[in-house]
Design a protein around this ligand. Structure first.
Ligand code: SF4
Length: 688
């Protein structure tokens, strides 16, 4: 009888929303290799992504080998499944693999000691190693003890005396083309279920050395490319299958560390553009674009009709911080060149900053935000530095060197109840260093909320542009928004206070304290309701966008008006009061919001004195008077056909619950939520 192997890359699907909606890739490669090396059909392997299905399968048909991935978002879930398997049959070989393990060999050994239900930890890339482990286990007569006596390359395991042993990580397999395609072999077919998004990689590795990232270690420094022909074939295969099996799925994920940085990426993007024309997919490409070679990246972005947003992961704009995290090879000038280029072509650009990196201070972080704003960046994502096991920053030496103050918090939506047991995955983040106090951390988070609400989705882009037309910097405008919330109406103050309280409340001193807290039934129910434990930035952006949009708009417009009056702008715009009143109404109605589907998809009307779309399109922002209607005119605000269709699809995939909306805001295009403003027919014009 064939040896039964279950391979899992597990996602939580308990909260009603998938915590991670990528199709599995790493384990799919492992299965592809296992199948290709198994001419005698001695191995019967199956893939799993949903934990519930795997529990059922383990109970109904226990495997001989259970191999599960270990990422920061599924470590506890994988361990839970290993315990289930061992309880069913202690002879099942349990194997974990993945980047989420500390770099130091002694800590890798200690990991095995802390987890007695785990037999093997596979270190490094697993494509061929997984197959090798299964074959060695077969050679050992399916005996875990004899396997330990034979030993394994690039793994920790227990020797015959039961002590943890290690064979240190072996270099990567150079020929990635030796790994059969999990797409073209049909292995991924079962995951086109309308919920999971396809994820491909065109190459592996990263030439940069950032210490906060696993890919920054020497192990990943060489780039291994899959052939362009294979990538094109895979993309075509996926496009066809999307159309036949999950037509609502618009996303393509590209897992590369630096997509667009290589000449060949232009050809790949061209092929994706062809798929868009033939199959209407993808409408959204989630990829981290490269850090150098701006001219190539721009060509890639331009080939995929707005689906790929330029993603400039700067992480810090402080040279000293970049030096401390070994990221100085990435030149800030390249970002600036890209930014200028993208702006000129009307393309959107996104940037990342990480709070809590070594050497960063409150002042340097705010300077970085201001600098990005004044470079006219479209979006600034603000992340907190995570202690990623497998990255140099997580080593004991780095912790001591930079005096990291770390806390633990549950990963949003990464929890579930399996056969009565509550399981949570928890992340460790940096909330203080020798240069950043905890209070500074909280202050920075408030500014991040400002970016999230008032900048990133461009809801007030035309207002900031107007301010700029009168010599007010983006950063000056943006700096008024935190005071606007602090001194705003009860809804806005409550919004900010709740955010700060949750920012403090989500942090725990230890992993165990975090798990204990959420395990208590009353807290677990609040977690389930989405009251606590969600991604706060997304959640509050969703609240601002859908639930309290009118208050948000009032706060921004009132604060801008006060700034204009301070700078004398109001005297430079004729009939300012009427203009501002209309602009305020226009800005409010432009954005589709609401608490249910019908409200979100609804239309509205207003009577305005100005042709705002024509004024904005003209670029003559300092001269609104030239765009007055001859008489007060009724205008309609309604979603575009594309916006309505895409929002409807997104709401069908997600739902209008705040938990779902907070995930949805990261998946929809900003433009879909913007209503078009169209004058009513002339016979509808009203007397001024
Ligand atoms: S952060 Fe990005 S550039 Fe730096 S090592 Fe990681 S993948 Fe490479």
């Amino acid at each position: 009888m064939a040896v039964r192997v279950y391979l899992g890359d597990l996602r939580y699907n308990y909260s009603g929303v998938l915590a991670n909606d990528c199709m599995p890739l790493g384990v799919a490669y492992m299965k592809a290799v296992m199948d290709s090396e198994d001419a005698g059909r001695e191995i019967d392997s199956r893939l799993f992504v949903y934990a519930e299905k795997l529990v059922e399968a383990i109970r109904a048909e226990p495997p001989d080998v259970l191999m599960l991935s270990n990422y920061v978002w599924n470590e506890a879930l994988s361990h839970y499944l290993f315990r289930v398997a061992k309880a069913v049959n202690p002879r099942i070989l349990t194997v974990m693999g993945g980047p989420n393990i500390s770099l130091e060999p002694e800590r890798q050994l200690a990991y095995l000691d802390r987890n007695p239900h785990l037999d093997v930890y596979a270190l490094g890339e697993g494509d061929f190693l997984a197959s090798h482990i299964v074959r060695t286990f077969m050679d050992a007569g399916l005996s875990i003890g004899r396997l330990g006596a034979i030993g394994l390359p690039s793994a920790t395991f227990r020797n015959p005396e039961g002590h943890a042993a290690i064979d240190e990580t072996k270099p990567r397999h150079k020929e990635v083309e030796d790994v059969p395609s999990p797409w073209l072999t049909g292995i991924q077919d079962e995951f086109f279920d309308g919920k999971l998004a396809p994820m491909i990689e065109t190459n592996r590795g990263c030439p940069f050395t950032c210490t906060f990232c696993v890919q920054g270690t020497k192990y990943y420094s060489k780039i291994h490319h899959f052939s362009v022909d294979r990538i094109k074939e895979e993309i075509t295969y996926i496009a066809r299958r999307i159309r036949s099996h999950s037509p609502n799925m618009g996303t393509l994920r590209i897992a590369d560390s630096n997509y667009g940085m290589y000449e060949r990426d232009i050809e790949i993007s061209g092929h994706i553009g062809q798929m868009q024309r033939e199959y209407g997919w993808p409408t959204f490409i989630d990829a981290t674009t490269g850090k150098n070679k701006p001219e190539r990246i721009i060509k890639s972005v331009e080939k995929v009709s707005g689906a790929l947003v330029l993603y400039q992961a700067v992480q810090s704009l402080d040279e000293e911080v970049l030096r401390k995290v070994k990221r100085e090879a990435i030149k800030l000038e390249a970002y600036k060149a890209l930014e200028v280029h993208m702006r000129g072509r009307g393309l959107r650009s996104v940037s990342d900053l990480i709070l809590g990196l070594p050497g960063e201070t409150l002042e340097s972080h705010l300077r970085g935000l201001h600098s990005l704003l004044d470079s006219n960046i479209h979006q600034m994502h603000n992340f907190q530095a995570m202690m990623l096991k497998g990255a140099e920053l997580e080593s004991l030496e780095s912790r001591e060197l930079f005096k990291f103050d770390t806390r633990f918090r549950v990963l949003p939506k990464n929890y579930g109840v399996y056969e009565g047991e509550k399981v949570f995955d928890v992340e460790e983040i940096i909330v203080g260093t020798d240069t950043l106090s905890f209070d500074d951390y909280i202050t920075c988070r408030k500014w991040h909320l400002v970016s999230s609400v008032f900048w990133n989705d461009g809801w007030f882009e035309h207002i900031a542009n107007l301010a700029r037309a009168f010599g007010i910097l983006n950063s000056e405008w943006w700096s008024r928004m935190l005071p606007a919330m602090e001194g705003g109406n009860a809804a806005m103050r409550g919004f900010l206070d709740a955010f700060v309280a949750e920012t403090r409340g989500e942090l725990f001193p230890t992993r165990e304290a975090c798990v204990d807290f959420y395990s208590r039934q009353e807290n677990f129910e609040r977690l389930q309701n989405g009251e606590i434990g969600d991604n706060l930035m997304y959640r509050y952006r969703a609240i601002a966008s859908f639930h309290i949009w009118n208050d948000v708009c009032d706060a921004a417009m009132d604060a801008t008006r006060a700034l204009f009056e301070e700078r004398g702008v109001h005297r430079r715009i004729p009939d300012f009061d009427a203009f501002w009143k209309d602009l305020h109404a226009y800005t409010k109605l432009l954005h589709a919001s609401g608490r249910d589907r019908d409200e979100i998809l609804s239309s509205d009307t207003a009577e305005l004195h100005y042709d705002f779309p024509a004024w904005l399109a003209s670029g003559r922002l300092a001269e609104p008077d030239g765009f007055r209607f001859p008489e007060r005119t009724r205008v309609h605000f309604r979603l575009t056909d594309e916006g309505r269709r895409e929002l409807e699809s997104a709401l069908a995939v997600w739902s209008t619950h705040i938990k779902a909306l907070s995930k949805m805001v990261t998946r929809i295009k900003v433009d879909w939520q913007v209503r078009e403003c169209v004058p009513a027919r002339t016979d509808e014009a009203v007397a001024a």
